[in-house]
Design a binder for this molecule. Sequence first.
Ligand code: GLN
Length: 493
Amino acid sequence: MDMPIRARDIRDGVARRDLSAVEVCRAALDRIASLNPPLNAFLTTADERALARATELDARRDVQDLPLLGVPVALKDNLCTRGIPTTASSRILEGYTPPYDATVVERLEAAGAVIVGKTNCDEFAMGSSTENSAFGPARNPWALDRTPGGSSGGSAVAVAAGMVPLALGSDTGGSIRQPAALCGVVGFKPSYGRVSRYGLIAFASSLDQIGPLSTSVADAAVTMDVLAGHDPRDSTSSAAAVPGFARALDESETVSRGIRVGVPRHLFSKGVDADVMAAFDAAIGVMRDRGADIVDVELPHSPHAIPVYYIIATAEASANLARYDGVRFGYRAPEARTLGEMYERTRGAGFGREVKRRIILGTYVLSAGYYEAYYRKAQQVRTLVRADYERAFTRVDVIAMPTSPSGAFALGERTDDPVQMYLSDVFTVGANLAGLPSVSVPCGFTQGRLPIGLQFTGRAMEDASVLRIADVYERATSWSSERPPVPAPSASR
Ligand code: GLN
């Protein structure tokens, strides 16, 4: 069978019994089996668990109202899944199988979703290209010699290539939105605290959020209806009432007039590719045609966002990664004579280069004598970055920017120059530093036919209105329906 590309169409088909959950699940698993050799989007598939689950859904009579009934879902491999290996793409977690499910996994399954597997990512979600994976890079389905972006690259590829209609990623500084942009799919980072992180392998705890990648804004909204809400097991999850996300989109047709869209044009003066700028300007024109007011805004401290992010993220990572000591999880170096030697050898062999670089950097900025100069200073500037957004949001409803300054870059192009790689995140880290909801939607192609993303960022906890404004844009264009050419299964071998 040809699996529908939208989660909502699958759900409706299974609920009406036009499709069976088992047949949809088989179609997803078959497509993964044939396309994964060139794309390397999945590290693990859970065929038996998925088919058993689909069989159970088909047999039950009380499921037709479930919002994700029979929808195959892929999970970034930093989300814990009971009984399914979970590595965060690191050798240090090779062989680790969690004894519990992340809250988002429980919620997806309770909503009728079928977990089909775990996707490739940068090691511990550190990167912008999925090249830091210990298990080889994922490839962009639009051009196999290019990266899909990162760190949730495998999830973006899985959705873009039609292996699954829906995937989860995590976004610490852009890792849902940037790969979504580079692969031509929708990616949404919720407000800080909106989705429970219980069971997410922590990278930088004041920045990490889990969110969906999908082929439409409507599917992202349905997924948020499932994921959002307080979780007693995550003390940072918000107790604020959860709005109806999918319901908010029903008003998209009527509310577009008068939406105030802020554009911080001063940030685009250098480093943004001409194709990206042209697509962005055209997208702003679409919003104007839909009745939106386009307003110039300034985010004066945004030029500092990258250094601030890389101080705070590495500091928090150095603390979070202290737990990988060879005792509690995954890999342990053999034949060490002392405890100290066991730690050193385990961490020396288990972590990749980028992760080590960040642990060293993070330990340095937190150390006595440097804490005030770096970490504390970064937190102070973070407050200024957040205040810039708050000031802008007194005048506008959302801020629009390109998601990424360029389309997908070549594999290997930025791996020798970490700073160049870090600059891929210039438009995405601000939303994480300020805790804001932010979405990337497809808005065109480069001359070489690589996807381009448009990013809308909104006020804290106004996740539903950010999705609604993205939906207004999506309905006015057809970019989200464009699919990459199907790569020949043997293409890159
Ligand atoms: N690219 C950024 C980094 O390398 C963001 C990663 C993320 O959002 N997980 O840290």
